[in-house]
Write a protein that binds this ligand. Sequence first.
Ligand code: SF4
Ligand code: SF4
Ligand code: F3S
Length: 395
Amino acid sequence: MLTPQPVAWSADESLASHLEQRGISRRQFVEFCGQMAAVLGLSSLAAPRIASALETLKRPSVVWLQLQECTGCVESVIRTSEPTIGDLVLDVISLDYQHTLMAAAGAAAEKALADTTKHNAGKYLLVVTGSVPTNAHGIYTTIGGKTARSVLEETAKGAAAVIALGACAHWGSVQASKPNPTGAVGVSEIIRDKPVVNIAGCPPIADVVTATIVHYLTYNRLPALDADGRPRFAYQNRIHDQCPKRAHYDAGQFVRAFDDDGARKGYCLYEVGCKGPATFSPCPIFMWNSRTSWPIGAGHPCIGCTERNFWDTMTPFYNRLPNVVGVGVEHTADVLGASLALGALAGVGAHAAATGIYQIRSRHHARSTQLPPASAPPEAYKAPSAVTTSQHKED
Ligand code: SF4
Ligand code: SF4
Ligand code: F3S
């Protein structure tokens, strides 16, 4: 277990020497770089390059704005059961301005933001959580007397790149759900003249945040993105295709009520509303709280929180999706349930076929998941967002 000591990081000190002073060994640091390469979907050959880029790093500046949001994203990123090197990397680069975590408040905090953006113009990373209210001239969220929109626009001017962290910053989330009284929009609706990466989820996974920042620091550019601006390394696979309960789905073994025998046996949650078949996210792999659990692992259906408009398109959360029919190839849950004897064989074929179908669909569909109302026929189901950017070349 890592036991970092609190040591201040001076401006001209490298990250490697700072971590050493905090009790992190070279071996642990290299292991961390290997983990980051794996998270980014790169080969192990990329690890030395990541290590070499990070160890010479000199206090990169990150400004973190919190707009119209619930602070859950901040909690997700900073709360772990033990400090990791990832926490330390985020910790040491992210505190130039963060109004929940920083000691300064009021005018002193505003001055810190102004000083940071002035002294690091063109170089700092801007992280944003929360949506931007646009109705009534944006008065629904103000910081230091300025609207969230004007603070965002001003701060983004000097940023090298922008990370929109969480569903609120990605597309507006619950505030933007119908009827969207504040006119909430995501960051990329406001900032259009520089790269914005959407780290989707409510909240997103801390490892994805760390890996995106590590990628930026190593290669001096953001990772490859899908059509919705999400990093491909994290959001290119469906939850349904990575889910440990998939064998139960394929075998037609479903939870029908949260306290039934199927629930006790850990069966598939499709019948109680799981949106995993329509959701792209690495939740089953990375998980939360030092990889101890995730929603489906805890017995709760996925509500599709990494998909744009999920409050409108994935609700009612506890109603099952319309049957996910793969043009006559992927069996529906009902067919599978009625054909247990053939379940395993059908499931293997269905899984492979479904993956192919979704990859093919992904190349042809733009942007967000669109699910029909619960009463709509299955044919109305549309595949989730497309992947349009090129493969990783970094390793
Ligand atoms: Fe809160 Fe979810 Fe918005 Fe993050 S994305 S600020 S957890 S509502
Ligand atoms: Fe897992 Fe949900 Fe798919 Fe069942 S429907 S296999 S619980 S993702
Ligand atoms: Fe969200 Fe579903 Fe993962 S609800 S956290 S995308 S399991």
